[in-house]
Design a protein around this ligand. Structure first.
Ligand SMILES: [Zn+2]
Length: 97
């Protein structure tokens, strides 16, 4: 673990990560490297997350549903649309280009 590494490695978390500091690697590979999932903020039924890797690949960001989305009413769809807009704004502010 190097504290001075200029890139995000599996040993560090982005500042927005909501998991415990130093949390584990989620996918470990034969060469000893691995990907770590970092859970970000929630936007209604949506949750932002990203993965970091040991091999220097850029962080991969995404937003997933928690499965509670109700598609059956206009009000629920508008709530989802508002949550998606908030999530999109967060992604624009945090994703590495
Ligand atoms: Zn993390």
């Amino acid at each position: 673990m190097t504290e001075s590494s200029p890139t995000t490695t599996p040993s560090t978390c982005p500042i927005w990560c909501l998991d415990k500091p130093g949390h584990g690697i989620d996918d470990e590979y034969d060469d000893g490297s691995g990907d770590r999932l970092h859970r970000g903020p929630r936007f209604g039924p949506l949750e932002a997350w990203a993965t970091t890797s040991a091999d220097g690949r850029p962080m991969i960001y995404s937003v997933d549903s928690d499965g509670s989305i109700d598609y059956s009413t206009p009000a629920a769809l508008r709530e989802l649309a508002a949550a998606a807009e908030e999530a999109a704004t967060w992604l624009e502010a945090h994703r590495e280009v």
